[in-house]
Design a protein around this ligand. Structure first.
Ligand code: PMP
Ligand code: GLU
Length: 400
């Protein structure tokens, strides 16, 4: 069977592949400590789920407009706009509701980039970015900041890779896989560089609520924290998957200029039409009850922060030869593992395969995020599981 050039370069998602393998091994009876999946381990708050159930009972089971329910688009503009610089006046017309943030990223890349275009991707990157850029037949170009800055980019880093074909830049803050967070000043430098070179800035802020700030409830700095003059063409990607523990509901959204939103809507009107209606109702409830929502998020962020401290402390104590990037947000630990490389274990894929085989601990190879010296673990899991994982990794290291 031959396949279209559309997918000739496509590789399946490595994050999903590892978590599927971990589930399969567990079903076969293996004792697996699964740190692969990037999803909150909390249930969706019941009052949010109830809104979908009520919606279904009330007969809200038909199509919605392609860009989403008007009241949800308004609620997204209000929710995301709540932490924005006062210069932004976000309207519902800027919002397109999608089937997860993944579709928002796909819509943006497919609508804005094409053959001959280069799209810069801040590395280490979430594994789906290069694949999505490739589906648009554009060329991903990776650019990493200095390791001692936790890889955060400067305008100089970007200038080094710019060509006349550079059309876009995908940035993720708080970052998956490192947990690094850009300060407002760092973001401003990147955004003005993009603006000055007419580069579309796609800012993936899906983890913006999962931010370990000294100010409880603060969101991480994002594109809209900047004054509008600092920003050129832009698309902000966000959603309810992470902040509200709603990964399975499949609700994301993009915010952009109304002109771009119209194009994203036209594209979506020929693919998935609209995000699932009951899921939109649940998201509407989540974003409309902002006090209740903020309290739920704060409780989850407190738990993630405690686990971050626990797991990074355990690594420092028991695995000092595997240094970690100290996360400021999200729920991942990016661990430098090349101290354990050898002729037989030359890179992150073999290292993760060996670790899974020998200890049952499932982690995602850094190669999937563009840095083969690392592996990623998710600490969106219980203290017991995290302690057990470190215990097994440390025992394995001791045995050599
Ligand atoms: N962006 C990043 C950085 C992610 O980690 C994820 C996780 N799946 C997504 C986008 C996609 O989110 P969703 O599940 O809403 O499609
Ligand atoms: N974003 C999560 C992760 O990085 C979920 C899996 C995926 O969609 O890639 O693990």
């Amino acid at each position: 069977m031959s396949f279209s050039a559309n997918i000739s370069q496509l590789r399946p998602s490595a994050t999903i592949a590892v978590s599927t393998l971990a589930k399969k091994l567990r079903a076969e009876g293996r004792d697996i400590v699964d740190l692969s999946a990037g999803e909150p381990d909390f249930p969706t708050p019941a009052w949010i789920s109830e809104a979908a159930i009520d919606g279904i009972r009330g007969g809200h089971t038909r199509y919605t407009p392609a860009p989403g329910l008007p009241e949800l688009r308004r609620a997204v503009a209000r929710w995301v706009g709540g932490s924005a610089h006062p210069g932004w006046a976000l309207e519902a017309e800027s919002v397109v509701v999608t089937a997860g943030a993944k579709q928002a990223l796909f819509n943006a890349c497919f609508a804005l980039f094409g053959p001959g275009d280069e799209v810069l991707i801040a590395a280490p990157y979430w594994t789906s970015y290069p694949e999505i850029v490739g589906l648009a037949r554009a060329t991903p170009v990776f650019v990493a900041g200095a390791e001692d800055r936790d890889f955060r980019l400067t305008a100089e880093d970007l200038e080094r890779v710019r060509t006349p074909q550079t059309r876009g830049l995908i940035l993720c803050t708080p970052s998956n896989p490192t947990g690094a967070v850009y300060s407002i000043e760092e973001l401003r430098a990147v955004a003005t560089w993009a603006r000055d070179h007419d580069v579309v800035l796609i800012s993936d802020e899906i983890y913006r609520n999962i931010y370990f700030s000294d100010v409880e409830g603060a969101t991480a700095p994002g594109l809209l924290s900047l004054e509008p003059e600092a920003v050129g063409p832009w698309v902000l990607v966000d959603g309810v998957s992470k902040a509200f523990a709603m990964t399975g509901w499949r609700i994301g959204y993009s915010l952009t200029s109304p002109e771009v939103a119209k194009k994203l809507t036209a594209l979506q009107s020929h693919t998935t039409s609209n995000a699932a209606t009951p899921s939109q109702l649940a998201a509407l409830e989540a974003l409309s009850q902002s006090d209740r929502a903020t309290a739920e998020i704060q409780a989850m962020v407190r738990a993630f922060r405690r686990r971050r401290d626990l797991v990074s402390g355990l690594f420092r104590e028991h695995l000092p030869h595997l240094p970690v990037v100290e996360p400021q947000g999200a729920f991942y630990l990016f661990v430098r593992i090349d101290g354990e490389f050898s002729e037989a274990v030359p890179g992150s894929e073999t290292w993760c395969a060996r670790v899974l085989e020998e200890t049952g601990v499932a982690m995602v190879p850094g190669a999937a995020f563009g840095d083969d010296r690392y592996a990623r673990l998710s600490y969106a899991t219980s203290d017991d599981v995290l302690e057990e994982a470190v215990r097994r990794l440390a025992a394995r290291s001791r045995e050599g």
